[in-house]
Design a protein around this ligand. Structure first.
Ligand code: ADP
Length: 446
């Protein structure tokens, strides 16, 4: 097993990876920007290297600085975490070319799934149903017939998209003419190239995704699904597993499809296939070739430490267990807590004056916060993930309500009050929601 792993990330996910390394007796190297000198993952790491100033492009996205840090510290392997360089195939390849192990999938699989049009085509070839859509549309002359063939309403999406950015709905030809240049400009601004494609806009789907682990040697299992339908501006707010919308047959069906496809691909490491689910049908939208923010809920019901598995697989180990040996038990829910106003979602960085994390049976807090820590204004506003496990969904909800009430984060605004309103909302309690529900709920509660 590796002796030393460099963690090329920050915040709660860097700490999460550090914890897995520690349990396995692996030393950690924290790389950090000057804004994160006092971060908890940096304080706990065996070695630290400052790799640049606060802007991510000068630090967490600075490939040369990260590779130099790995060389100087004599790290064996690099874990990219999520976001930043985690889905950058060139980075994964560079890590390997410099003689380090990349803790993640093969670069060619990252590249394939990073191009959303190619990913959908690959999924279709592997026998997975996809959302009806087009290939790249360059201009209105190409978009109009494509949209007519798919049928309105249409969603315009960036081929290099991510984080729910750069999507536009068009309900008619006139709207398509209006929205296409906007979507292309946004894609250009966010992702560096303006390539877009069209998809049928589903009116009331759920977002259901399947967690996969593959060893690249023929071993592939899934850890069940996650329902991530509770979203704001296409970004996940609360996730739960199992999905209240699926029966055991549908779960087995989508799990088996995902496993079969990943086995055929020879996929290595953790990955997630994302689907929209409507009228009992699954439609693949994309695959994330990395650890996901919401991975802990799958860990809670399966007992599998996904980061430990990533480390073992990267070290060349086979999975060593089969699907039949994975037991999913109980129910888990994650609340993403952001340093934002719970009313208008304005970022709220600053000093945490008081901090008390909830505890007790079935309560897990993945966070790098502590009293006196200053949340920097430069990065994503996610500061904590409250993850609850219960034997049943109702026990899980009961515990979640109590844990939210107990959680104190003073000095900055957080989205805890929003989560408290959500866990008391009838539709959430009944599990009766689609991907558009939360947006309407937030609008009503303004
Ligand atoms: P990103 O890579 O930006 O996260 P995704 O393709 O994963 O983009 O989509 C993000 C979210 O946008 C989905 O979870 C869903 O809420 C919404 N979405 C994506 N495609 C569609 C579609 N065809 N119809 C309706 N909603 C969609």
């Amino acid at each position: 097993m590796f002796e030393k792993v460099l963690i090329a990330n920050r915040g709660e996910i860097a700490l999460r990876i550090h914890r897995a390394c520690r349990e396995m007796g692996i030393k950690t190297v924290a790389v950090h920007s000057t804004a994160d000198t006092h971060a908890m993952n940096v304080r706990l790491a065996d070695e630290t290297v400052c790799i640049g100033p606060p802007p991510a492009r000068d630090s967490y996205l600075n490939v040369a600085a990260i590779l130099s840090a790995a060389t100087i510290t004599g790290a064996d392997a690099i874990h990219p975490g999520l976001g930043f360089l985690a889905e950058n195939a060139d980075f994964a390849a560079a890590v390997e070319e410099h003689g380090f192990v990349f803790i993640g999938p093969a670069p060619e699989h990252i590249r394939l799934m990073g191009d959303k049009i190619a990913a959908k085509a690959a999924a279709a070839r592997l026998g997975i149903p996809t959302v009806p859509g087009s290939s790249t549309v360059r201009d209105l002359a190409a978009a109009e017939p494509a949209a007519d063939a798919i049928g309105y309403p249409i969603l315009i999406k960036a081929a290099a998209g991510g984080g729910g950015r750069g999507m536009k709905i068009a309900r008619s030809r006139a709207e398509l003419a209006q929205m296409l240049p906007l979507a292309q400009r946004e894609a250009e601004a966010f992702f560096g190239h303006g390539e877009v494609y069209l998809e049928r806009f589903l009116e009331r789907p759920r977002h259901i995704e399947v967690q996969i682990l593959g060893d690249g040697q023929g071993g592939v299992v899934h850890l069940g699904e996650r329902d991530c339908s509770l979203q704001r501006t296409h970004q996940k707010v609360i996730e739960e597993t199992p999905s209240p919308a699926l029966g055991p047959d549908e779960r087995d069906r989508i799990g088996a499809l995902a496993v079969g496809a990943m086995r055929e691909l020879g996929y290595r490491s953790a990955g997630t296939l994302e689907f929209l689910y409507q009228d009992r049908e699954f439609f693949f939208i994309e695959m994330n070739t990395r650890l996901q923010v919401e991975h802990p809920i799958s860990e809670m019901v399966s007992g599998v430490d996904i980061v430990r598995e990533q480390l073992r697989i990267a070290d060349g180990a086979a999975l060593g267990y089969r699907q039949a040996e994975i037991r999913l038990s109980g129910h888990a829910i994650e609340c993403r807590i952001n340093a934002e106003s719970p009313d208008d979602f304005r970022p709220s960085p600053g000093r945490v004056t008081d901090y008390h994390a909830p505890g007790g049976l079935g309560v897990r807090v993945d966070s790098a916060l502590y009293q006196g820590y200053v949340v920097p204004p430069f990065y994503d506003s996610l500061i904590s993930k409250l993850v609850i496990h219960g034997r049943s969904r109702s026990e899980c909800l009961m515990r979640l309500r109590r844990a939210l009430e107990e959680y104190v984060i003073g000095g900055i605004e957080t989205t805890i009050p929003l989560h408290q309103r959500l866990v008391d909302a009838r539709a959430f309690i009944d599990g009766d929601y689609d991907i558009h529900w939360l947006e309407r709920f937030v609008g009503r509660n303004r």
